[in-house]
Write a protein that binds this ligand. Structure first.
Ligand code: SF4
Length: 417
């Protein structure tokens, strides 16, 4: 049976470590420019790239670099410089511009064609293979049946998105943010106006025969119930067995701008689901359990994307914000770690911690460690609560000085709408 790659997003070293620990087969990242997330917080620096590559190689995990934004004439030299710089560390570049494709060919680097190119049929996929692509990321608009035909007939690896945020625009090529704020999504600068609620406002004027305004000349209506342009997030766990059977080579998880616990939770869920399919013991009960687990981290309700047909009202979310069932609150920082005893010393800077609390420790080398606080100690005392401004020690998995400590709390997502 086809063994699909689970392709994780990473916007930081902490997220990359979380992806590796959760069982990703490959990770995609961005550098300082030319990708669809321009914010520095969602990108790696050039200095970090060798370390990212060496961590991936140590685990046998492939590393891809996104270079898929619009590239203008005056930027070709910078794009080429990035390819040359990154080439030793990267297994493939993810591209969407013909000029960048020609640069990849010139430097003989493997490249995947991004979903931004809207490859939606086998002829297009075959043509891209002839141009040197080793993989196509299909247009988001492809149904599962269409993806299966392309995977079977095009003679090139096919990748599809399986999880995460979706754009209302065709394969994410959208001008809303550029129109509203002058910040182009196609240059990685989207301000996400589609996620907002909208008002319909009458701008014409009804007047009587004397030119005087009539009633309702300034009518306004809030559009309800949906945030009319905001798509629900994609979740493919309930039908992941059908995607495996379709011969899709790579399952891409969206979310380079998401935090590390999102990466860890979602990658681990897809790892478990795909492994169960490959063993032959995948069930809908397992899928439901894994969906509930992915609901603990950022999402805007789930839908099946366009895998089963064109979009309808059920694909639009009612929420502007995440409806995650768990929320993390900053508690403090690790100030020491006693390796032999496996004890962390933590300075409480914000939220107090109690015995029995669920916590996460995040760090660039630690990744994400989640556990329950079994006991608290401060010298000879055993406090039941560690208040802001104090320090405390407790048993913890391996972590490092400077790592962040978070309290994880359950919440009622309906109260955030
Ligand atoms: S405005 Fe919305 S639909 Fe458009 S690119 Fe941004 S997130 Fe996607």
């Amino acid at each position: 049976m086809n063994r699909p790659e689970i392709l994780a997003p990473a916007g930081s070293m902490t997220a990359l470590q979380a992806a590796l620990d959760a069982g990703a087969d490959a990770v995609y990242i961005g550098l300082d420019a030319f990708n669809m997330r321009a914010r520095a917080s969602a990108n790696f620096t050039r200095d970090e790239l060798p370390e990212a590559a060496s961590r991936c190689r140590a685990r046998g995990v492939r590393l891809y670099l996104t270079l898929n934004s619009i590239v203008f004439e005056g930027e070709l030299a910078a794009a080429e410089d990035m390819i040359v710089f990154a080439q030793p560390f990267i297994d493939a570049f993810i591209v969407s511009d013909w000029g960048v494709i020609s640069l990849c060919r010139r430097h003989r680097v493997p490249f995947h064609v991004s979903t931004q190119m809207s490859c939606s049929n086998s002829a297009a996929a075959r043509f891209l293979k002839e141009q040197g692509a080793s993989r196509v990321v299909l247009a988001r608009e492809c149904t599962l049946d269409e993806a299966a035909i392309i995977a079977r007939t095009a003679g090139i690896e096919v990748e599809t998105f399986v999880h995460g945020a979706q754009c209302v625009a065709e394969s994410g090529r959208c001008l809303l943010s550029h129109d509203a704020y002058g910040c182009s999504a196609n240059r990685g600068e989207c301000h996400q106006p589609c996620r907002r609620r909208f008002l319909i406002k009458a701008i014409d004027r009804f007047t009587d025969e004397n030119g005087e305004p009539l009633h309702d000349s300034e009518a306004e209506f809030e559009v309800t119930p949906h945030t009319v342009l905001s798509a629900k997030d994609l979740c493919s766990l309930p039908f992941i067995d059908r995607l495996v059977a379709a011969g899709i080579a790579s399952f891409k998880i969206e979310g380079r701008a998401r935090n590390a616990e999102y990466v860890k939770t979602v990658v681990a869920a897809y790892r478990e689901a795909v492994d169960a399919v490959l063993r032959g013991d995948f069930t809908q009960e397992l899928a439901s359990r894994l969906v509930e687990r992915t609901k603990t981290v950022f999402h805007r309700e789930f839908a099946t994307g366009l895998f089963f047909g064109r979009p309808g009202a059920g694909q639009y979310t009612d929420t502007e914000d995440s409806v995650s069932t768990m929320v993390k609150c900053h508690a403090g920082r690790v100030i020491d770690y006693f390796l032999k005893a496996k004890i962390a010393q933590v300075k409480i800077e914000d939220h107090p911690l109690r015995v029995g609390d669920l916590v996460q420790i995040h760090g660039p080398t630690t990744g994400v460690q989640e556990f329950t606080v079994e006991s608290l100690r401060r010298d000879d005392e055993t406090p039941s609560i560690a208040e802001k401004g104090t320090w405390v020690t407790f048993p913890a998995p391996r972590c490092r000085v400077g790592d962040k400590v978070f309290l994880i709390e359950r919440r009622d997502p309906s109260k955030r709408r």
